[in-house]
Design a protein around this ligand. Structure first.
Ligand code: PBG
Length: 331
């Protein structure tokens, strides 16, 4: 036996030796255009209100939202996804403020469009939970259950007012059956054939939405398990996917991202439309909290999670770090 015969002649470490070597062989690169910033705007406040469970995230005033949108556009990200937080006394059982042309979300869409024009895609969350006093994503029947088809009628109206306010893209996120078809029909019927639908196609009932509920001051009693998916399942994600594509989704989203990378990879393999992933409030909070305690390298952890999400197949990533990361990538 030769002296060094047991040494390897194939050495993967050769391609990891220097930063420039690693950069050359990297299969996944993050780019500012990969990102969409979710943003909250709250009615009737004079100053931005910090969201305690999401350090660094605020409920914007109309003015601070415009500034955030301008910063996002300057950083080269692709879009901003808007969530409205109405005054508490404007919430009711139908979520009327969500379809009021002068409701906070519609006002915010108009503000941001006026600020950034077409430099940034203006997207709007199309869901009733921010506007209902019971906090559910739809309207309730006489037994207190979320009424699918009555909710669809509300979504149709919401789609029209959001498009009228200037949304480039609407994001139905309530997980009602048939929501994409109804929203497409409502948009087309009102002359908004060019408004795109980013469908929240795969949306699991997740503990990681916790901080979001604070961010939108949600008054949810109970849970969303009768309409959001069971984390134990993957097949129904493919079923949701074929339904949304049939109904006319332009892009499909998987949410949350981190705990569901297997689902994201399957969805990305299965479709030819762009796939988005939403790194949600709890995913954000965990890293910020661990970093605050000095238990994790914040900046590396953020890039690592985003790289993982892109590697799994996301074309687009919604993340509360969107602008910051884009600025970092621009160097
Ligand atoms: C529904 C909606 C939710 C999120 C985005 N759209 C809340 C929910 O379904 O419970 C969560 C986003 C996050 O946690 O960051 N309007």
């Amino acid at each position: 036996m030769a002296k060094y015969g047991s040494f390897p002649n194939t050495r993967p470490r050769r391609l990891r030796g220097t930063p420039v070597m690693r950069r050359m062989v990297a299969e996944t690169r993050l780019h500012p255009a990969d990102f969409i910033l979710p943003a909250f705007v709250r009615e009737g406040v004079g100053e931005p209100v910090p969201v305690a469970s999401m350090p660094g995230v605020v409920q914007h005033t109309r003015d601070s939202l415009k500034k955030a949108a301008a910063d996002a556009a300057a950083a080269g990200i692709s879009g901003i996804m808007l969530f409205g937080v109405p005054e508490e006394d404007k919430k009711d059982n139908l979520g009327t403020a969500g379809t009021d042309p002068d409701g906070i979300l519609q006002v915010a869409i108009r503000d941001v469009r006026a600020e950034v024009g077409d430099e940034l895609l203006v997207m709007s969350d199309l869901c009733l939970d921010e506007f209902t006093d019971h906090g559910h994503c739809g309207v309730l029947d006489e037994h207190g259950r979320v009424d699918n088809d009555a909710t669809l009628e509300r979504y149709a109206e919401m789609a029209r007012v959001q498009a009228e306010a200037g949304a480039h893209v609407v994001g139905p996120s309530g997980m009602m059956d048939g929501q994409i078809g109804v929203v497409r029909e409502a948009l087309d019927g009102a002359g908004y054939q060019d408004v795109a639908i980013l469908a929240y196609t795969v949306k699991y009932s997740s503990a990681f939405y916790g901080p979001f509920r604070e961010a939108v001051a949600s008054s949810l009693q109970g849970d969303r398990k009768t309409y959001q998916q069971d984390p134990a399942n993957w097949r129904e994600s493919l079923r949701e996917l074929s339904l949304d594509l049939e109904e006319g989704a332009d892009m499909v989203m998987v949410k949350p991202a981190g705990p569901y990378l297997d689902i994201l990879a399957r969805v990305a393999d299965a479709v030819d439309v762009p796939v988005a992933a939403y790194q949600i409030s709890g995913e954000y909070a965990m890293i910020e909290a661990a970093a605050e305690k000095g238990w994790i390298d914040r900046d590396r952890a953020i890039l690592e999670t985003l790289t993982g999400i892109k590697r799994a197949g996301a074309r687009t990533i919604l993340t509360y770090w969107a602008t910051e990361v884009a600025q970092r990538l621009l160097g």
